[in-house]
Design a binder for this molecule. Structure first.
Ligand code: ADP
Ligand code: MG
Length: 276
C-alpha cells in the first residue's frame, strides 16, 4: 500500500457500514463529506456509532462496506502509519507513556526544536504547569501519566496534537471527564487547535455543538438528520428533542442546587447542556 498524501484534509464517508460481529451493523450506509477546514459535530444516543466513525477514520479497522476517503484517497488502501500521521485523535483518556513530558509531547516526531516544543505547550495552556514540575519538561509523568492530573494529561495531549499539526482532528469528548475549571482552559486550547483543520467532534456541551458548521445526528448507526443548529431546531426532530430534554434536566438540577444552598446557575449556564 502507498502512503496517504494529505493536502487539505477533506473527509468523505461513502456508504460506510460497519459490524463488529456478524449480526449487528453498528453503522449503516453512512455517507457524509466534511469539506477541508470545516467543523462537524456528531450527536446521538450512546451506542449510535459515533466513536466507531472516529475509529474508522483512524483506520483502527476498515469498513465492512463502503469507503472512508481523505482528500479523495480510500484510506483502506493506504498505510496505517500514513493515515495516523495525517490524523490526530483526542479522547477522554489521553494515552501517555512512562517517560518525560518532553518525550510525550514530541511522541512520533523527530527534530523538534525547543522553541517548537514550548510554543505547542503554550498554545495548549500546558507550559506554565510544566515549568512548575520538579524537572520542567524533563519530568517523568509516571505510568500512563499518573503523576499528572486529568486536565494536565489532556493539555499534554493537545500540545502533542498541535506539534504534530495533522490536518484532520478527531475529538471524542475530550473534556467530558474534567472539572469545570480545567474544561475552560482546555476549551480555549482546543480553539487554537481547530484553526485551519478539518474537525470531526463528539462534544457533550451544547455551546460547542451549536458552533459547528454542520451537526449530524446519528441514531442506531444511521444518519437521521443534518444541518446547522438553527436548521435542526426548526426541523423539530431528534436534535431539537435532545436540546429540549437536556435543557429541562439542567433546569431541574439548577433548582436542586438552589435548595441545597449551592450557587445557582445563570440562564447562560443552562444553555451549556450535555447533549451526547
Ligand atoms: P457511541 O460512540 O455513539 O456511543 P459506539 O460507536 O461506541 O457508539 O458503539 C456503537 C455500537 O457498537 C454499540 O452498540 C456498541 O455496543 C458496539 N461496539 C462498540 N465497540 C465495540 C467492540 N469493540 N466490539 C463489539 N461491539 C462494539
Ligand atoms: Mg462514544
Amino acid at each position: 500500500a502507498g502512503s496517504l498524501a494529505v493536502n487539505k484534509g477533506e473527509i468523505t464517508f461513502d456508504g460506510v457500514s460497519y459490524a463488529y460481529d456478524e449480526e449487528n451493523l453498528v453503522l449503516q450506509d453512512f455517507s457524509l463529506t466534511i469539506p477541508a477546514g470545516k467543523k462537524v459535530a456528531l450527536v446521538g444516543p450512546s451506542g449510535s456509532g459515533k466513536t466507531t466513525l472516529m475509529n474508522l477514520t483512524m483506520r483502527f479497522f476498515d469498513p465492512t462496506k463502503g469507503r472512508v476517503l481523505v482528500d479523495g484517497q480510500d484510506i483502506s488502501t493506504k498505510t496505517i502509519a500514513s493515515v495516523r500521521v495525517a490524523t490526530a485523535l483526542l479522547t477522554q483518556d489521553p494515552i501517555l507513556f512512562d517517560d518525560t513530558v518532553r518525550a510525550n509531547i514530541e511522541y512520533g516526531m523527530s527534530d523538534v526544536t525547543e522553541e517548537q516544543l514550548r510554543d505547542a505547550a503554550k498554545a495548549a495552556a500546558a507550559h506554565d504547569f510544566i515549568e512548575e514540575l520538579p524537572h520542567g519538561y524533563d519530568t517523568n509523568v509516571g505510568e500512563a501519566g499518573s503523576l499528572l492530573s486529568g486536565g494536565q494529561r489532556q493539555r499534554v495531549a493537545i500540545a502533542r496534537a498541535l506539534l504534530k499539526s495533522a490536518p484532520v482532528l478527531l475529538l471524542d469528548e475530550p473534556t467530558s471527564a474534567l472539572d469545570p475549571s480545567s474544561e475552560v482552559k482546555i476549551q480555549k486550547a482546543l480553539e487554537t487547535l481547530f484553526v485551519g483543520r478539518t474537525v470531526l467532534m463528539i462534544a457533550h456541551r451544547l455551546t460547542t455543538v451549536r458552533d459547528a458548521d454542520l451537526i449530524c445526528v446519528l441514531d442506531k448507526g444511521r444518519l437521521v438528520e443534518s444541518g446547522t443548529h438553527d436548521e435542526l431546531i426548526a426541523r423539530d426532530g431528534l436534535y431539537a428533542a435532545f436540546c429540549e430534554s437536556q435543557f429541562n434536566e439542567a433546569s431541574a438540577t439548577a433548582s436542586d442546587d438552589e435548595t441545597s444552598g449551592k450557587a445557582s446557575s445563570t440562564s447562560e449556564d443552562q444553555k451549556e447542556q450535555v447533549i451526547s
